[in-house]
Design a binder for this molecule. Structure first.
Ligand code: ZN
Length: 316
């Protein structure tokens, strides 16, 4: 495989800003870039708290429609230039964080900026679907607030609802929020088995009804959970660069183990503006893990078949 497939299966709008752009924004606002972010840009591992500080700082510049458009343009611009097959991005976005918590811009401007960026991407033959991201550790009330915010103004490009942040609140408590999101026609994903135990992956599926797992890497040592993922054909988005930086005690990346157990894994960049990486580099890392040619082809096939940006539009 001499080219890298061009479907980024997991990337955050807020974590995808171009570092040059962020530094320019900081300079013009008279702010100094925090050490945590400088460290991430240099490729140094950070504790999750340092990562959150860096995330908060850089996403603080998403203040208008144009900033949102340019953030999406930076993400789309990181797709491999030479590729075959479909091109697309499954984009996680945190409307409540930007509009309510940070109060950076209106929901309408957020949607318009995304609409602009999605239209630009479409001109380049790239499909983009948006997944709403809520913060697990803020609990189900926060999840309901996310849905309250968006439900009367939900653009067609929004296709999913997910939790992220710290995996602290059990997924069974999130189940009613997930049910409500499903009733709006959204598909359900969750960051699980990243900063929490692998067992969270099982709980997300069995008690939360989650249809797609982000990361899941800490479940790779449990054959029972891998069997569950394989049997139910649950897609799992893994992000080697992000995982190496943020998942403690990961050791060798478990992608080969997961694929060999029949799990439908695909690659994403997660936060390429904070943890510098691009999709072509993630593919090189996957190959360097010792995947065989048929395994590389499976990885590509899953990336395409399970991508929400290539699926039919939302039904409601
Ligand atoms: Zn993520």
């Amino acid at each position: 495989m001499s080219f890298a497939p061009a479907i980024d299966r997991h990337v955050h709008l807020e974590g995808g800003l171009d570092p040059v752009w962020v530094r320019a924004q900081a300079d013009s606002a008279g702010l100094s870039v925090p050490d945590s972010l400088e460290g991430l840009w240099r490729g140094e591992a950070q504790a999750f708290e340092g990562f959150i500080e860096a995330f908060l700082f850089s996403s603080g510049f998403l203040k208008d429609r144009e900033a949102v458009r340019s953030a999406l343009a930076a993400i789309v611009g990181r797709l491999p230039s030479e590729s075959e097959g479909p091109r697309g991005v499954d984009l996680w976005v945190s409307p409540h964080f930007l509009v309510r918590f940070q109060q950076l811009l209106s929901l309408e401007d957020l949607w318009r900026g995304l609409e602009d960026g999605i239209a630009e991407a479409r001109q380049q033959g790239i499909s983009v679907a948006v997944v709403l991201d809520a913060v697990n550790n803020l609990g189900p009330n926060h999840g309901h607030e996310v849905l309250d915010l968006v439900q009367d103004q939900l653009p067609g490009f929004v296709v999913g609802f997910s939790t992220g942040g710290l995996e602290r609140v059990p997924f069974r408590e999130w189940a009613p929020v997930f049910d409500r999101a499903r009733s709006l026609g959204l598909r359900i994903a969750a960051h699980a088995g990243e900063n929490g135990p692998g067992e969270n992956v099982r709980e997300a599926i069995l008690e939360g009804g989650v249809a797609r797992i982000v990361h899941g890497v800490r479940a790779a040592g449990d054959p029972g959970i891998l069997d569950l993922l394989a049997e139910r054909q649950i897609p799992v988005d893994v992000c080697p660069s992000s995982n190496a930086t943020l998942v403690t005690d990961l050791g060798a990346h478990p992608l080969p183990t997961m694929l060999r157990a029949g799990v439908r894994c695909a690659l994403g960049t997660d936060d390429p503006g904070l943890i510098p990486c691009d999709l072509a580099g993630e593919w090189r890392k996957a190959r360097a893990m010792g995947l065989t040619e048929p395994e590389m082809r499976s990885l590509q096939r899953f990336a395409e078949e399970d991508a929400w940006c290539l699926a039919k539009p939302r039904q409601k």
